[in-house]
Design a protein around this ligand. Structure first.
Ligand code: ATP
Length: 341
């Protein structure tokens, strides 16, 4: 059987380091995959004059699945977000982010064994990129919320919760202020909730959600949010379980999927072999499962858990001094220690 092709976009900042580490870990699982490596963002802009070259789109179109390192989005100008452009182009409407405590990782909430899932709408809201200057000194940024996109992310989240036997979905909003836009999102979530009466459903205002998340994070199971709230609350939730170095993400559409870490390109530690590759490795676990490579996914997941439970090898973000390479060596060794199958 020929190997399954996957698009690999290493990205920039710490992207190439964590992408290389993750590709090594995937190879060690024995999964039958091969990478088609393509560049996007500032690296591609310098080489080809395009921040998102056609070869990236063609590759993802062909393979249907990509593993992507973070790509820096210039602040206040420059080219638009590659991440947002890819999500929109391939209509990857569901951003799925499981936030789980890892064994042996000390946090303020270690005793709670947190296990939450974030569903973030991925295609609209204030990420529509519709901004303009009305008159000098006044700019307008348009928040787009549609019934179609809100209903499909809500149905996706409730459907997933039911299939996975989860208990509760918290729908997050600010409909007391944005009565029309967030009001529409809320009504769509209510419609999906009515279609899944087995799943408990609550509605929480976003600011109160942030308070509850740091006071009583164990009361949350699944969070359903619009795009911007989802972005912000994801970083907060990552902090609850040990930081951005750990939390994976999947951007899912009906025909394509892109797997990436929740974290950005972390320019402050780029090129130092210091980044924690766990987040992208956990994204690779999600990707392998999506590809039907269940054994390979389980091997990689178990290896990561064993390295954390053993407590010997930790990257700097978690108070250790292991390099990206040393952490990857440990994960690969943990896989080799357990026979295949
Ligand atoms: P973006 O806006 O592009 O999503 P961000 O504002 O969330 O980015 P990051 O680039 O993710 O910012 O980095 C935030 C902080 O977290 C930085 O100090 C960075 O060093 C740290 N960080 C992020 N990812 C990792 C990682 N994989 N390993 C270690 N530290 C990380």
């Amino acid at each position: 059987m020929s190997a399954r092709a996957i698009t690999l976009i290493p990205g920039d900042g710490i992207g190439p380091e964590v992408a290389h580490a993750t590709a090594r870990a995937i190879a060690a699982t024995g999964a039958s995959v091969e990478f088609d490596t393509v560049e996007a963002g500032s690296v591609a802009l310098a080489r080809t004059g395009k921040f998102l070259p056609d070869e990236v789109m063609e590759s993802v179109q062909r393979t249907g699945v990509a593993l992507k390192g973070p790509i820096t989005t210039p602040i206040g100008g420059g080219f638009p977000s590659v991440n947002v452009a890819l999500r929109k182009h391939f209509d990857l409407y569901a951003n799925f982010r499981p936030v789980r405590a890892l064994p042996g990782v000390e946090t303020r909430f270690s005793d709670l064994n947190l296990d939450m899932v974030i569903f973030r709408e991925n295609t609209e809201d204030l990420y529509s990129g519709l901004e303009h200057e009305v008159v000098p000194g006044v700019v307008e940024s348009l928040k787009i919320i549609t019934e179609k996109a809100s209903l499909r992310i809500a149905r996706y989240a409730f459907g997933w919760a039911q299939r996975e036997g989860r208990k509760k979905i918290s729908v997050i909003h600010k409909a007391n202020i944005m009565k029309m836009s967030d009001g529409l999102f809320l009504r769509c979530a209510q419609q999906a909730a009515a279609e899944h009466p087995q799943i408990e459903h609550e509605e929480l205002i976003v600011d109160n959600t942030c308070l509850q998340l740091v006071m009583r994070p164990e009361t949350f199971d699944i969070l359903l949010l619009e795009n911007l709230y989802g972005d912000i609350v994801s970083d907060l939730c990552a902090g609850l379980v040990g930081g951005l170095g750990l939390v994976p993400a999947a951007n899912l559409g009906d025909s394509h999927a892109i797997f990436e870490a929740v974290h950005g390109s972390a320019p402050d530690i780029a090129g130092q072999n210091a980044a924690n590759p766990t987040a992208l490795m956990q994204s690779a676990v999600l990707m392998l499962r999506h590809l039907g490579e269940r054994d390979a996914a389980a091997r990689l997941e178990q290896a990561i858990l064993r390295v954390y439970a053993a407590g010997q090898v930790r990257t700097r973000d978690l108070g250790g001094n292991a390099s990206t390479t040393e952490f990857t060596d440990a994960v690969v060794a943990a896989m080799e220690a357990v026979p295949v199958g």
